[in-house]
Design a protein around this ligand. Sequence first.
Ligand code: GLN
Length: 193
Amino acid sequence: MKIGVLAAQGAFIEHEAVLKKLGVAVKEVRLPADLDGLDGLIIPGGESTTMVRLMNEYQLTDKLKELIKNGFPVFGTCAGMILLAKKNSSTFPEPLGVMDIIVKRNAFGRQIDSFETDLPIPVLGKKPFHAVFIRAPLIEHIDEKKVDVLARLENGTIVAARQGKLLVSSFHPELTDDTRFHQYFLDIVSERN
Ligand code: GLN
């Protein structure tokens, strides 16, 4: 199995380290040709406006959208989640529009702009997942017929979801030693349908 990590900007090295720990071949993706021969892609956290601009500049956007339409698995964390959304309720950036969620950037405000919490995520088992939020977006709305909620904060805010082979989290699973969230993505990649 070979997984690409979008390496335009942001926290891609950390994702690569987790994938290597899980024994998976990793490829940094910057150009359209880098997407060839991959089984899946991770879009990391970073600055979503910059990432969208660079993806357009590198001519990655259209090719990636086409792949996703044909079932290519993608895991977006934080800014990566913003990129996959159908709509971002802030003015910028314009997301790829491939997942039926509406997100809000920098949703937790200045007071609590970064925080950590132990989150129950039933698909990962009983043990809560230590989730690190850094100027995180939240999911404001999902299409309930198409999207499964994987995790919520205590107040009900949706912070992780799945639609087919698309997986998103508001938080940064690559910043902890717990590899379960990445393993869950690899399981999605391995599923036949
Ligand atoms: N605040 C960033 C954005 O809106 C996302 C933060 C992150 O990815 N850690 O692009």
